[in-house]
Design a protein around this ligand. Structure first.
Ligand code: GLA
Length: 395
């Protein structure tokens, strides 16, 4: 009897520890990450100033929450094996930084790696998972991005489960961001492991460039991520990587399209630019609440490419929780294109049953922030090269 009792206890404690924190990412996480703009050039001044900026420039109000330090904050392990942050770049330590970020009403995230070393050769988490998770909890970490460099023969699924269990055992709720670049199809196994999982190699700061190790521009990342919509939903999101909007290469129009498509795909909105100095155009893009509302919609459906219209215009559709529908006409070509969109043709003669769209459905342009009438007549517009026309259809 006694053995049975202990066996039950053991089994239930194993089951209890084998889980992620629920309810932390019912909608896609929103925040900022240092990597795309600053790479290894991170220090506490930058992070504090970034938190100040997010709290005061309209981003926090628009829903951004996490400030995440990517690779290179860590330099070594001490004699106990505890992870040590760079004392020159972070002289006040991570606890003080987390406290500061929390005092702004924001949340704090860090980066580590499942392998023995991070991608930049800093100490990784392998063999120290429980020790690191405890340290993160004591610092006040709310979000962990976990990479997959220098992993030798480690299996991704097992490695991420170990870290998930370590975080859970440390008892501080942490959003767990899986970053193995889609190499083992995490969308098939990660739903109960992490809250988001990268689906591709790194996003580059360009429209459609490619580099030999796999990095690529945002439109190519989008194409890969677009195939995986059925795996995403509340609590577990496809992550097509951090935004490059506002990073100086994409035009404002391209940044706007990038931000819109990430919103349509229910992608985590993790900005990757210097938010301490936003141009008015980029600020308007990153804080457009009506676009963000598509991303944060509680139905949690990843939008999908629905049609390709003449002239290289992709038409994307995202169903929303109140029955509204978001549509994005994306002109991927390098010349302006016109649409003369006959609602009857695409919405089953406006029968109101197949789709919640009739002749009286109202159309709102989410970038012009303006009503465009109803679906009782064709939608005519010219969409500049690389631009989007993004509308919400509702009663
Ligand atoms: C990998 C990740 C990037 C970034 C770097 C840091 O390449 O995919 O997002 O975290 O490592 O070294």
């Amino acid at each position: 009897m006694r053995y049975l009792f202990f066996l039950q206890l053991l089994v239930s404690s194993i089951l209890l520890s084998a889980q992620k924190f629920d309810g932390l990412a019912k909608t896609p996480p929103m925040g900022w990450n240092s990597w795309n703009k600053f790479a290894c050039n991170v220090d506490e001044k930058l992070i504090r100033e970034t938190a100040d900026a997010m709290a005061s420039n309209g981003m926090k109000e628009a829903g951004y929450e996490y400030i995440v330090i990517d690779d290179c904050w860590q330099v070594s392990r001490d004699e106990n094996g505890d992870i040590v942050c760079d004392p020159e770049r972070f002289p006040s330590g991570m606890k003080a930084l987390a406290d500061y970020i929390h005092s702004k009403g924001l949340k704090f995230g860090l980066y580590s790696c499942a392998g023995s070393k991070t991608c930049e050769g800093r100490p990784g988490g392998r063999g120290h998972e429980y020790q690191d998770a405890k340290m993160y909890a004591s610092w006040g970490v709310d979000y962990l991005k976990y990479d997959f460099c220098n992993t030798d023969a480690q299996k991704a699924e097992g490695a991420y489960k170990t870290m998930r269990d370590a975080l859970y055992a440390a008892k501080r709720p942490v959003v767990f961001s899986i970053c193995e670049w889609g190499s083992t199809e995490p969308w098939t196994w990660a739903k109960n492991v992490g809250h988001l999982w990268r689906t591709t190699s790194d996003i580059m700061n360009c429209w459609d460039c490619k580099v030999n190790w796999g990095g690529m521009g945002w439109t190519l990342v989008m194409d890969k991520n677009a195939e995986l919509g059925r795996y995403a939903g509340p609590g577990g999101w496809n992550d097509p990587d951090m935004l490059q909007a506002g990073n100086g290469v994409l035009t404002d129009v391209e940044s706007r399209s990038h931000f819109t498509l990430w919103s349509m795909m229910a992608a985590p909105l993790i900005t990757g630019n210097d938010i301490r100095s936003l141009t008015p155009a980029i600020k308007e893009i990153l804080t457009n609440k009506e676009i963000i509302a598509l991303n944060q919609d509680t139905l949690g459906k990843q939008g999908y490419r629905w049609w390709t219209l003449d002239g290289n215009i992709e038409l994307w559709l995202k169903p929303l929780s109140n029955g509204d529908i978001a549509l994005c006409f994306f002109n991927r070509s390098s010349v302006a294109a016109s649409i003369d969109f006959d609602w009857k043709r695409y919405f089953s003669n406006l029968d109101g049953k197949t789709y919640n769209v009739t002749g009286q459905t109202r159309i709102r342009d989410l970038w012009l922030k303006k009503e465009l009438g109803t679906t009782n007549k064709n939608l005519k517009a010219t969409i500049p090269a690389h631009d989007v026309l993004t509308i919400r259809l509702g009663q």
